[in-house]
Write a protein that binds this ligand. Structure first.
Ligand code: WTA
Length: 643
């Protein structure tokens, strides 16, 4: 089923017509430096760059605009004051629709960012210091990011759903000495104990910080530790706080993301290249026009929230909506109510949310006015054509283009994406490469797969782009190993893909041990390490399996220590255990107790077999003769069928 939905006629003020795309894309590949230096002119530089990309992928060493200087907060906020100081920068919609909404003009945002930046300085934060941000989805979360970039501090935002153990790991890994948090967050009517989680993280062995800045949100009574915890109001000040002049390659933020092995990696982005990438992708992919309300439903704890809640919209002088709540509270019409209330023009969300809401039926959508909508977007995982159709036909009333945007934490912004008025749409395809992006497919040996017809393989990127991550914080060897060693000389994405004869790209999902649960990236190794910490668990092997709503679910095979038996109670206990160790997003969907795991004679777990059994696909188990105990497979299948 490969239908084509034609793109709407380009409006007169569109940023990119079909003809322009072809010319611009060709130029971005043939003259990348000239192209990107020109794009960089959309920003204010204290010293304009003369250099474009200076990079190698073998070994990886990446710089863009290296001789340029700028400040990202200046570009996102201060720069707009003369021209649109009274325009709205942020709109805020609270968790509970009956409580007040809020909005901030660029002038008000500037004042708030200065206050927070001063508070950070008083706390002792200096240029280059890492600051951990653990916040609910409220305006102050974005203000915290901007305040860090204003003073040249490097933010590390940790998603508010992560556990104290996960916060602690991230604080220690980047040696962050400061935390910004709130008393509590609210999600779906429930309080999230953010400050208490930070307290618990700081109580863990080996974790120590110099100061915690606490933003009051729900007004909960939270204990404050003398000398360590500070209420925001006590440190904030309106004193002048100039933007720190930064080199383009100075670090901007670290964001932890899951890989196929080990603990999450602290992916590091730098200032100039990221800013140009965030600004350009936001402008072209959403064809953003001044005055439009843009809503990205992602949390600022993920890269999507970094680039498309905070930086991309503000760099374009846009209006970005921040929503604290969830799609199904107080009812399944919540998203559409928010769109009607704030007259959202562009809505950007994940396929998992679309599928979940589609299941509840169109009757939740149609009572809410959607006439303000002009464009819809998706991100995070492949979207099945059925969900795409519902999004386009029902939510967008058949008149809004849908942009499917493929990208990663490591890419900083969109890489392969539909451009709304330049590309026809194929439901389920992420479209064509963004400017400057040269995707490449290779086979298992690393040989490029080429040809004019349909081709399939491992998705690599052949050349650097400005928004590319520069390293893994404190571990460049891991950066090299994770992204540049499988196929030397290329950036390996970890995804599989197909390119059709029309030049459209179809992402087929991860080909490594990363799974994608409700659009959240999860390393199977992380869940396994959490499980084996439990005293009754001997071994664990975790795989992804198809899940109607989440895209993929978490399937755990578990062997127990001598003398223990699997039971529903133990399964519940282990689910709870993983939630505590990592956070609710890692909650196992399925636990399968077994007396052994399928291993080769050399002791390597054969995950291929475990994946197939979890998928209920027993016909394609492949060669099982190399297993140390071939009879185990039958027992595993029996276990799966008896569930
Ligand atoms: C997946 C999120 C298909 C992909 C921005 C990628 C997608 C991983 C899409 C990165 C899409 C993201 N179609 N798959 N439009 N967008 N992915 O780092 O597997 O949280 O490698 O970044 O999400 O997840 P991350």
């Amino acid at each position: 089923m490969r239908d084509i939905v034609p793109h709407p006629a380009p409006p007169s003020d569109t940023h990119c017509t079909p003809e322009q795309y072809d010319v611009m894309y060709r130029r971005s590949i043939e003259q990348p430096d000239a192209f990107w230096l020109e794009q960089a002119e959309c920003l204010d530089w204290s010293r304009k760059p003369a250099k474009g990309g200076e990079w190698s992928f073998d070994p990886p060493q990446i710089a863009w605009f290296a001789d340029g200087r700028l400040n990202l907060c200046h570009n996102a906020v201060d720069r707009h004051l003369p021209s649109r100081g009274d325009a709205k920068a942020f709109l805020f919609e609270p968790d509970d629709p009956s409580t007040p909404t809020r909005s901030l003009t660029y002038r008000e945002l500037h004042a708030e960012v200065v206050r927070m930046a001063n508070a950070l300085k008083t706390l002792g934060v200096r240029k280059g210091d890492r600051v951990t941000i653990y916040m609910p989805m409220i305006v102050e979360g974005a203000v915290a990011m901007l305040a860090c970039s204003r003073i040249g501090a490097v933010h590390s935002v940790v998603f508010g759903g992560f556990s104290p153990e996960s916060i602690a790991g991230r604080i220690m890994d980047c040696e962050s000495r400061f935390v910004i948090t709130a008393d509590e967050g609210l999600r779906g009517g429930k309080a999230v104990p953010l400050k208490a989680n930070v307290d618990a993280a700081l109580d863990l062995p080996g974790v120590a910080v110099d100061g915690v800045l606490v933003i009051p949100h729900t007004g909960a009574d939270v204990p404050m530790r003398a000398g360590l915890d500070h209420w925001y109001a006590d440190l904030a000040s309106d004193a002048d706080c100039p933007c720190e002049d930064m080199a383009a390659e100075d670090p901007l933020f670290i964001l932890y993301t899951s890989g196929s092995t080990g603990k999450p990696k602290g992916v590091l982005h730098t200032t100039g290249g990221y800013a140009v990438w965030a600004a350009a992708t936001f402008r072209y992919t959403f064809d953003y026009q001044p005055g439009e309300v843009f809503w990205c439903s992602a949390d600022i704890g993920w890269v999507t929230g970094h680039t498309y809640v905070t930086y991309g919209p503000l760099l374009n002088g846009g209006t970005s909506l921040i929503f604290e709540g969830v799609p199904n509270y107080p009812d399944h019409g919540r998203f559409w109510q928010v769109i009607a209330r704030h007259e959202v023009a562009i809505f950007y969300t994940a396929p998992t949310a679309i599928r979940a809401l589609m299941r509840e039926g169109s009757r939740w959508v149609t009572p809410h006015a959607r006439s303000s909508l002009r464009l819809l977007g998706t991100v995070g995982e492949p979207i099945n054509p059925e969900a795409w159709r519902w999004y386009h036909d029902v939510v967008g009333e058949g008149r809004c283009p849908v942009v499917d945007t493929w990208w990663q934490t490591e890419t900083g912004g969109h890489m392969i994406t539909t451009l709304p008025y330049a590309h026809d749409m194929k439901p389920g395809s992420a479209g064509r490469p963004f400017f400057g992006v040269e995707p490449l497919l290779v086979d298992a040996e690393g040989t490029p797969v080429t040809g004019d017809g349909e081709i399939e393989g491992n998705l690599c990127i052949a050349r650097s782009w400005p928004g590319q991550a520069r390293t893994v914080h404190g571990d460049h060897a891991r950066f090299t190993e994770a992204y540049f060693s499988t196929f030397p000389g290329k950036y390996f994405t970890g995804d599989g893909a197909r390119r059709d004869a029309d030049g459209y790209w179809w992402i087929t999902g991860r080909v490594d041990d990363v799974i994608n649960v409700s659009g959240h990236r999860m390393g199977t190794a992380e869940v396994e390490s959490a499980l084996v910490l439990h005293p009754k668990v001997a071994e664990a092997a975790v795989v992804g399996y198809p899940h109607d709503i989440k895209g993929q679910g978490i399937y755990c095979y578990i062997t127990l220590m001598e003398g223990n038996e699997g039971s529903d109670d133990l399964a519940a206990e282990l689910r709870q255990w993983v939630r505590k160790e990592i956070g609710p997003i890692a909650t196992p969907d399925h636990l399968h107790f077994t007396d052994g795991l399928p291993k080769t004679r050399s002791g390597k777990i054969m995950r291929r077999i475990l994946r197939k059994i979890a998928e209920n696909d027993y016909g394609a188990l492949g060669d099982t003769s190399t297993l140390a105990d071939p009879t185990l497979v039958d027992r595993l299948i029996e276990g799966r069928q008896n569930d």
